[in-house]
Design a protein around this ligand. Structure first.
Ligand SMILES: Nc1ncnc2c1ncn2[C@@H]1O[C@H](COP(=O)(O)OP(=O)(O)OP(=O)(O)O)[C@@H](O)[C@H]1O
Ligand SMILES: [Mg+2]
Length: 274
């Protein structure tokens, strides 16, 4: 059962103020502020070393900040770590699945560790949602990188945590697997979960997020909705150019594999098909 928030900040799923963190002399975070509304998707965008994982690790209580405060689901990360951990799931940047076990065994184990009834059914449902049913009985050591990633994300959804952290969930995934993850993230938000994801891909933030914050050298330099971000730049001039398919369009059209059936991929294959 998800812990219930008790503080005044519970209107926001995540509240971050003045967060600072240094690794010896390296000032990774230099005063980070942002809020994430309940049930929304928030993308923390930034290049390598911007500080994304540091933020996620502080919010999930793996790391202590040097200064500043943060609440998650209304709980203070410094003073109420246990309640924060009950409210969240974290899919780290590097997969945390057991190689020796099969995909299904990993999921069943995770459900049992959370004391959930019907662990087998929960596992089968997630295997189907992440299109891993065919590989369910295989050891994870035989999985491809994308399959591991999907299993890792599936594991983090067990128990329906209200706040979900995904640190670069789609890095290294092929285009279809990426669309599958996007679809799943949208579903989660649709069910009322709050999702904070980090990404290095502008288009990912653009397609997925209700709110986008750009982290650069330990500071948030821009924060807003896509429409707000676009207003920061001069209005686009209308030009007529022949639309060329992107490499991703071509890839999806040639492989003919529409695993997601989502409007994203349908639109993409359609455009490239002509
Ligand atoms: N444990 C650590 N010890 C020392 N320096 C660290 C440690 N963890 C991170 N750093 C440094 O802090 C800065 C921010 O790192 P962080 O991992 O938060 O960035 P990131 O935005 O997640 O990058 P990436 O896109 O590569 O995952 C980097 O300069 C990194 O080298
Ligand atoms: Mg990182």
């Amino acid at each position: 059962m998800a812990a219930q928030p008790m503080t005044a900040q519970s209107a926001q799923a995540i509240h971050v103020q003045g967060l600072e963190k240094a690794y010896k002399k390296l000032r990774a975070l230099r005063g980070v502020d942002f809020d994430v509304a309940r049930g929304s998707i928030f993308a923390l965008l930034g290049s390598n070393g911007a500080g994304k994982t540091t933020v996620v690790n502080i919010l999930s209580t793996l790391l202590k900040p040097d200064a500043g405060t943060a609440t998650v689901n209304g709980f203070d990360v410094a003073a109420q770590g246990a309640q924060v951990r009950e409210s969240i799931s974290l899919t780290g940047q590097f997969a945390a699945v057991d190689e020796i076990l099969t995909g299904r065994e990993n999921l069943v184990l995770a459900a049992r560790l959370r004391h959930l009834k019907g662990a087998g059914e929960i596992a089968d449902d997630l295997l189907a949602r992440f299109q891993l049913t065919d590989a369910a009985q295989r050891r994870v050591s035989t999985y491809s990188g994308g399959m591991r990633r999907r299993l890792d994300i599936a594991m983090s959804l067990i128990g329906n945590p209200p706040v979900i952290f995904l640190d670069e969930p789609t890095t290294g995934l092929d285009p279809q697997a990426r669309l599958l993850v996007w679809q799943c993230v949208r579903e989660l938000a649709g069910r009322g979960a709050t999702v904070l994801l980090t990404t290095q891909y502008l288009d990912e933030a653009e397609h997925l997020a209700d709110q986008i914050a750009i982290l650069h050298q330990g500071r948030i330099i821009v924060n807003g909705t896509l429409a707000e971000l676009k207003q920061l730049f001069p209005p686009a001039r209308v030009e007529y150019v022949e639309k060329q398919p992107t490499l991703e369009d071509i890839f999806l059209a040639i492989t003919g594999d529409d695993r997601t059936g989502s409007s994203d991929s349908a639109a993409r294959s359609g455009r490239a098909g002509g």
